[in-house]
Design a protein around this ligand. Structure first.
Ligand code: SF4
Ligand code: F3S
Length: 111
């Protein structure tokens, strides 16, 4: 089992999650983070920290696609261990539909 960052992270990118991860397994894209599934120790402490409720266990229905996104981009994006500045309009993006289809960016973040 692992935890997965799902599409509601996109353009919210609050980054409270990185501060609590004991194994530093978050990786930063331009407008979202992902979890490296082989590094996550399933402790679950990041899940309640996310204001966007974007982090789910991989046992939840419907996370398969984002699981693959987490796996792929954890290999491509830089590791992030400290909370940076969240997007100014982060609150406005909470819960918006179709974020992955409309707003996913494969570009790396600037950690
Ligand atoms: Fe890190 Fe634990 Fe969250 Fe996995 S479940 S990403 S180890 S804080
Ligand atoms: Fe994203 Fe939530 Fe972390 S919005 S950056 S998963 S705190």
């Amino acid at each position: 089992m692992t935890y997965v960052v799902t599409e509601n992270c996109i353009k919210c990118k609050f980054m409270d999650c990185v501060e609590v991860c004991p194994v530093d397994c978050f990786y930063e894209g331009e407008n979202m983070l992902v979890i490296h599934p082989d590094e996550c120790i399933d402790c679950g402490v990041c899940e309640p920290e996310c204001p966007a409720e974007a982090i789910l266990p991989d046992t939840e229905d419907g996370v398969e696609k984002m699981m693959e996104v987490n796996r792929e981009y954890a290999e491509k994006w830089p590791n992030i261990t400290q909370k940076g500045e969240q997007p100014e309009d982060a609150e406005e993006w909470q819960g918006k539909p179709n974020k992955f289809a409309d707003h996913f960016s494969p570009e790396p973040g600037n950690s």
